[in-house]
Design a protein around this ligand. Sequence first.
Ligand SMILES: C[S@@+](CC[C@H](N)C(=O)[O-])C[C@H]1O[C@@H](n2cnc3c(N)ncnc32)[C@H](O)[C@@H]1O
Length: 219
Amino acid sequence: MQEASTKKIYDIHSLFYDATFGRLVRRRIARAIEHMNIKATDRVLDLGIGTGVSLNYYPNRGRIIGLDLSTGMLRQARKKILERGLEHADVFQSDALWLPFADNTFDHIFISHVISVVSDPFRLIHEARRVAKPDARIVMVNHFQSTNRFIAMVEKWLCPLCTQLGWRSDLALNDLVNRTGVQIDYRFKLESIDLWETVVISNNKSDVSVTNPKAIVAA
Ligand SMILES: C[S@@+](CC[C@H](N)C(=O)[O-])C[C@H]1O[C@@H](n2cnc3c(N)ncnc32)[C@H](O)[C@@H]1O
């Protein structure tokens, strides 16, 4: 996936996302957010917030910052913020691979159905860890490549089609762990047979070396 084509694909998705995929994922998003334990003074960053399905499930406390590439998806998210008077939430357009935030800014990072959409999932994790405070919680919801060799083969085979639709189906969690050095606290699925899972990571910063001196701090 390349960001320019992703933006176009999700501008189109925005027209029907909430009525289709959004419906499918909302229960999973709600459960994942429960695992963040958001406090009144916390800052939450929602990377690739899309139409803002998650906005329905954040508690009414803390500061929620969402960003996304797609103008269409953000339009839907802004509509929710306005209609529901969510004064503690704000969304803006930005590339999650180049975050305009200082190191150690956020208490929680949510990456929901995005890690297999960006062109460089390893950079996304690196950026998330950079802007997250030490020991902040990074919660990721996604489909990862099956560990069953036959299913993994099918997923690889389906990948070109999935890419046309806006995501890749062959991202392996093991690869992500090995190449980024993240340590998973725990992971779970909503059902015993479920294509998606929630992965909870504590931000152990000892091996994050990138800093961004030009970054701004979230309000
Ligand atoms: C499948 S949707 C998920 C939306 C939402 N997080 C959810 O779970 O319903 C993927 C979203 O990631 C956004 N996205 C993809 N690449 C991105 C990037 N590099 N930076 C910011 N957003 C990105 C897309 O525009 C799209 O809104």
